[in-house]
Design a protein around this ligand. Sequence first.
Ligand SMILES: Cc1cc2nc3c(=O)[nH]c(=O)nc-3n(C[C@H](O)[C@H](O)[C@H](O)COP(=O)(O)OP(=O)(O)OC[C@H]3O[C@@H](n4cnc5c(N)ncnc54)[C@H](O)[C@@H]3O)c2cc1C
Length: 712
Amino acid sequence: MKQTPIARELLLAGGGHSHVIFLRMLAMDPIPGLKVTLVSPETSTPYSGMLPGLIAGHYSRDEAHIDLVPLCQFAGADFIRAQVKGLDPIEQLVDIGDRPPLRYDLLSIDVGSTPAPGGLSGDGVIPVKPISLFLARWQRFLAELEENKFEHLAFVGAGAGGVELCLAVDHFFRRRPSHLIPSIQLVGEAPIMLKEFPAGVRRRFEREIAAKDVSFHANFHAVCHEDGRLYASDGRQLAADKVFCVTHASAQKWFRESGLSVDQEGFILIRETLQTDSFDNVFAVGDCASLILHKRPKAGVFAVRQGKPLYLNIRNFLHSNSLLSFRPQKHYLSLISTGAKHAVASRNGLSVGGDWVWSLKNWIDRRFMRRFSDLPAMENRPVSPLLQEFDEQMICGGCGSKVSADLLSDVIGELLGDAAPTDDAAYVDVLDGKQLIQSVDHFRSIIDDPYLQARIAVCHAFSDIYACGGQADSALAALTLPFAKPDITRGLLTQIMRGVLHQLDEEGARLLGGHTSEGVELSIGFTVNGFVEKSKAWPKSAVKPADVLILTKPLGTGTLLAANMQYRARGDWVQGAIESMLLSNREAARVLSRYNIHACTDITGFGLGGHLEEMLGQSFGAEIAVSSLPVLPGALDCLGEGLQSSLHASNRRSLRHQQSPAIFYDPQTSGGLLVALPEDEAGRCVTDLCRAGYHNAAVIGAINDSSKVSLR
Ligand SMILES: Cc1cc2nc3c(=O)[nH]c(=O)nc-3n(C[C@H](O)[C@H](O)[C@H](O)COP(=O)(O)OP(=O)(O)OC[C@H]3O[C@@H](n4cnc5c(N)ncnc54)[C@H](O)[C@@H]3O)c2cc1C
């Protein structure tokens, strides 16, 4: 939620080639008042030009993929991890499955293509499209390769993609001399391979293929794959343990179902302005779209070229200016690699091949990818010398938006002296030996997705109740929504409230009421209520010497969220943090209730170090096994880069023991429970926690009476 006030919402469906260019341009030239959200099922997207090189072993996975999460951060856009399943263009809603639909004022679709229905299927068939899923399929193939010796492979589709991929796979096997090199069959429906290319290109590839013992089968219309054999419609058959399917792709079904005008194959019909034929406020680009006036093959080169006009036309549309026309060129430079570091270039009927052509292709591809990996440093640095006293790390919000512990205790101590409350949850005696536990939490938006943000806020708020050994009962919500047009506010409030209700349901709690207001940014808070039998409440600090300490969830959300704000966290790391924050402590508390818990607290803004010291008080100490601390993927990398959450430094200042590693000071949002219990119960307890879904639960140390925290 990075723009306020918000006048329009643009939804980008799919992180394809055009949309990544769009985002890059948006970063360089933002459109004030426009809130942009990218919806993508994966956090990264492959660059098609480097995919064969990735398979051949010339590139790593990261080199050939664009990480969409930091790119969105850089562009000031929100990222929602979901798959678009349908569209209601009249209500302007996008269906993303089991979550509330997303509203838009403007929609742009760049979701690529999908395998053709009725094509080859079965366990032995590996579809190459959509290319975003191909790498996972390739990795499954490699895993199977460990167990099986595939003697025969077939590639169906003798266009540029099929030829290039089959040579890349051949090269992959040749680079592993210890491995059997399977025979490779390339089959195509046409009488020749590469039928859209000039004869010179074809001849070069025929030579390449012959030199590598790849056999080409023309006029082979593959119809099924069964029992290790690939059958053609004319009865011919070939031995093939696995079949890579690189045939022409088809359109996603929901385009037609949602009332968009589509061509005969189901691809979205678009005008030269890149607007769909049916709706001015819906744009479509890349493989999923078909230009009405300019029929072209499906190729990444066009998707890339459409990125800039898409940005300009969306801008023009919003500012009521006339839109530009996109006319794709008829002739373009085509660079196809031959497996090794060798490629063939063709344009206007001419062709040339050589290692230097591959070097040129490599240079072009890497230069393209650098535009998305080498993101320039934040540009909106404060200019006033006074504001320069704050650096960007001080406003990250990845800390439960807490005020630092030392500052808080100074002020409250000064005002209330010994009567100052020491706990963040309050107990109130009620009837039948029960206590009402109340707690309040409020924080700024820490992730882009308001639905998940609301769920995380609920988990975070109820965590205090579970840390007391209580059960969730009810909540009151306090929401601040960014200034926006009423329809946008309605959509946002719907997302938040659906998230709140979903999570309250999971916690077994009711919503009693709440309050909303408008402000400069989104923030969500709750007053939560729970109950506990007085005799069963877990104190925060009644540890006993020789107790063992268990932590139920991994650390690292603070640094990962801070890094994300500075677009320096990988998308999969951020997703890992989100999944961890969405894991409620409810089940953990239920498991722990079967054990003899001496003390329990939840790890939130003051980090492991701060909450551990609260638990130990003045009289006890602990020995912590640093290597046993569960840590989220990427958290140590981010801390190593000096990427710290706002509260990190004051958490460090507030501690008595300041020698601990940086992860001790990292503030957590919806962090795990830290419990002290007798040593002989610890092993079983960790096993039970893992079974209940807390896969990172671990014994992290033991209590002693040294009144110090020591590390081993
Ligand atoms: C082996 C091979 C090599 C190729 N090499 C080249 C080449 O060198 N040059 C070239 O020009 N072309 C090449 N192509 C063609 C190229 O891959 C495609 O034309 C190109 O990827 C199309 O780009 P796009 O942006 O339309 O879609 P994609 O690149 O497929 O991107 C679509 C994105 O949308 C996401 N998505 C999919 N469905 C949904 C949904 N329902 N909701 C939300 N998000 C969704 C996907 O995760 C993905 O991130 C090659 C193809 C193959 C198979």
